[in-house]
Design a protein around this ligand. Structure first.
Ligand SMILES: [Zn+2]
Length: 148
């Protein structure tokens, strides 16, 4: 059987951070946090929207997306915490963990390599011995969003 390959497409973490699944600060159910870039008349904002309880909260002037609202997609394993901002991020992480071969373009060997999201993932996530447990955790997290 051919090995499963993973190619680092070089997204950085903030690529995923702009749209996050979070725990609603009011009702504790699944809510969305979005970054809206600034315009000529408005500073950049973070918005938290909850369809369960109708919460719509705007935070302006926040430079970084520090975790004011706890992330929804987070789970502890025996090795460390698996987490993702959103389902795209979680899928990317799953593909990475499941891969037998992890590749990247030869031309970004040095400074760029450390900047990408997958290049910064901790060693325990890359260990083949932890793979089954981590994939199970990721699938459980995905089900917590997809299942009604
Ligand atoms: Zn809510």
């Amino acid at each position: 059987m051919a090995p499963i390959r993973f190619f680092d497409t070089r997204e950085e973490l903030h690529h995923y951070a702009s749209s996050a699944l979070v725990r609603c600060p009011r009702c504790d159910r699944l809510a969305h946090r979005e970054h809206r870039p600034g315009t000529a008349d408005r500073a950049a904002q973070w918005r938290v929207i909850c369809r369960s309880c109708g919460l719509a909260r705007v935070r302006g002037q926040v430079k970084r997306c520090t975790d004011v609202e706890p992330l929804w997609l987070t789970a502890d394993t025996r090795h460390g915490t698996v987490w993702a901002y959103n389902l795209e991020h979680l899928t990317r992480l799953r593909d990475f963990v499941a891969a037998d071969l992890r590749e990247h373009a030869p031309w970004y060997e040095h400074e760029h390599r450390r900047m990408t999201y997958v290049a910064r993932l901790p060693a325990w996530l890359k260990s083949a011995g932890n793979r089954t447990e981590i994939l199970r955790t990721i699938d459980r997290l995905r089900a917590s969003v997809v299942t009604p």
